[in-house]
Design a protein around this ligand. Structure first.
Ligand code: FES
Length: 189
């Protein structure tokens, strides 16, 4: 379980360091990715990594108070949308009434999805603290509020994390209801 001061499952120190190196060495040009690697309306979400990679992300697999999930979108033909760092999607779940009113249309029963790329310098967002309802980036310790549209709670990041609108599919499967709201990746507020 990824809580404050911890990393998401599968993320070791090397992963974090490599993420930091990749973000800072590559510069802005590395963040340009083809549109078809981004999640699109009608895609389904599957677990990105680990022993259960490829399994559908469902409401049952995301209990309130549970861990951060890393997912990838799969198009209607069954092809994973990946190949860009912007393909990264993270999901967390809070109680439905803790989702800000203006964000509820994008959430499913308290589940919210966001870009997994920090808007500061592009590291992977991997920390989640259910108590404070904050996501965190371990590169420079920015924090974001996923239930409030990815708003920045603590810098140095200044731009909110783009939200990915969700829809409920058959059997509680989580589907993509639209593209990211906002451009994923580093940028100004
Ligand atoms: S890359 Fe700097 S806080 Fe995330």
């Amino acid at each position: 379980m990824a809580r404050e001061g911890q990393r998401a499952p599968g993320l070791d120190r090397r992963s974090v360091v490599m993420g930091a190196v990749a973000c800072c060495a590559a510069g802005g040009a590395a963040f340009a990715g083809p549109e078809d690697t981004l999640p699109q309306k009608g895609d389904r979400l599957v677990l990105a990594d680990g022993a259960k990679a490829g399994q559908a992300v469902t409401l049952d697999g995301l209990p309130v108070g549970g861990e951060l999930i890393e997912a990838v979108a799969v198009d209607p033909q069954g092809v994973r949308r990946e190949g860009s760092r912007f393909s990264k999607i993270i999901l967390v779940r809070v109680a439905p009434d803790q989702v800000a009113e203006d964000q509820r249309a994008h959430a499913v029963e308290g589940v919210v999805a966001l870009s997994g790329v920090c808007t500061h310098q592009g590291c992977t967002i991997s920390g989640w603290n259910h108590e404070t309802k904050r996501l965190s980036c371990f590169c420079h310790h920015s924090e974001f509020l996923p239930a409030e549209g990815g708003r920045v709670a603590k810098g140095p990041a200044r731009k909110r994390l783009p939200v990915l609108p969700l829809a409920r599919g058959e059997g509680g499967a989580l589907m993509v209801a639209g593209g990211f709201i906002g451009k994923p990746g580093p940028g100004a507020a």
